[in-house]
Design a protein around this ligand. Structure first.
Ligand SMILES: C[S@@+](CC[C@H](N)C(=O)[O-])C[C@H]1O[C@@H](n2cnc3c(N)ncnc32)[C@H](O)[C@@H]1O
Length: 280
């Protein structure tokens, strides 16, 4: 990390990109509230050394901190299993923000690509310590048609399955944009690739004001899915491997309550879909 760069850079970002601070603070400091979910994210901790108190106030939104730590733990588990199966594969984080999953997934044979909007990639370069030659990043707008072809994946084996992560991103896109993102993935990802993405209930659309850490950013929730099967139905090549609900992190009473409400809600309040790309 460069010494002279402070988090004053973050307010220069737009509404949705500035939400990257929420998972960053959660991964760096959230273990003080939820020690059993500590991801041991040394990259996030280092970045926070230069951070203002204002950003640390995000820690007061406990539900969001729990949300991020829970999904991080889950994605670490899914990614670790994926690279155990495909040790030489590539992983791509779509809308990576300042997250760094490769600190956990690097096995000396695999490779990693973090993509986000240009301003965010500039911030990554300024703040994030590069720890591996096998990790790269690139600027990309997921709402621009044809973005897959612009992924810097020159030396990639086009038949090797990929691990695709997209967390904390899709809910800020419109339903049409989310469908288009899934179409890009569906039309391009090799067979056997896996996609992990989160989703929130459609009941949350338009209610970013109810989430304290998002409310101050000016970002809004524009897309939701009732359940992971609805996410899988966004493209014919997407097959559902598993659905996970945040209620798991609150214990069996929450899981039971959520299950009882399913006839009305259609699924979790917030969940993670683990999907696989079938043959083209
Ligand atoms: C809440 S942050 C999540 C960051 C990261 N995935 C994490 O969990 O730490 C949302 C991220 O989505 C990115 N994003 C939003 N719209 C995007 C787009 N059209 N193309 C690429 N990235 C986008 C933002 O720049 C921001 O980094």
């Amino acid at each position: 990390m460069k010494e002279d760069v402070h988090f004053d850079a973050a307010p220069l970002l737009g509404a949705v990109p500035s939400t990257l601070l929420i998972p960053l603070v959660a991964r760096a400091r959230g273990s003080s509230i939820y020690p059993w979910l500590d991801p041991c994210d040394t990259q996030a901790q280092q970045m926070l050394q230069n951070m203002e108190e204002q950003a640390l106030a995000l820690l007061q939104d406990h539900p969001s901190v729990l949300n991020v730590l829970w999904r991080t733990q889950l994605i670490k588990k899914i990614g670790t299993a994926f690279f155990a199966h495909y040790p030489q594969a590539h992983g791509i984080n779509l809308g990576a923000g300042l997250s760094d999953y490769f600190q956990w997934f690097n096995n000396g044979h695999n490779r990693w690509l973090d993509v986000d909007l240009e301003d965010v990639v500039t911030l990554r370069h300024a703040l994030l310590r590069c720890h591996s030659e096998a990790a790269h990043d690139g600027s990309l707008d997921l709402t621009q048609p044809g973005w897959w072809q612009r992924l810097p994946l020159n030396d990639i084996d086009k038949h090797q399955p990929l691990l695709l992560v997209c967390e904390g991103v899709l809910m800020y896109l419109t339903p049409t944009q989310v469908k288009a993102v899934m179409r890009e993935i569906g039309e391009n990802a090799p067979e056997g690739s896996e996609l992990v993405c989160d989703f929130m209930t459609p009941l949350g659309i338009g209610h970013a004001d109810l989430v304290p850490s998002v409310a101050g950013t000016g970002a809004e929730f524009l897309w939701g899915a009732r359940n992971a099967l609805d996410v899988a139905h966004l493209h014919p090549r997407l097959e559902l491997l598993s659905q996970h609900t945040l209620a798991e992190a609150y214990g069996w009473v929450s899981c039971w309550t959520e299950m009882c409400m399913t006839p009305w809600t259609g699924g979790p309040m917030y969940g993670v879909a683990h999907l696989q790309l079938s043959e083209p």
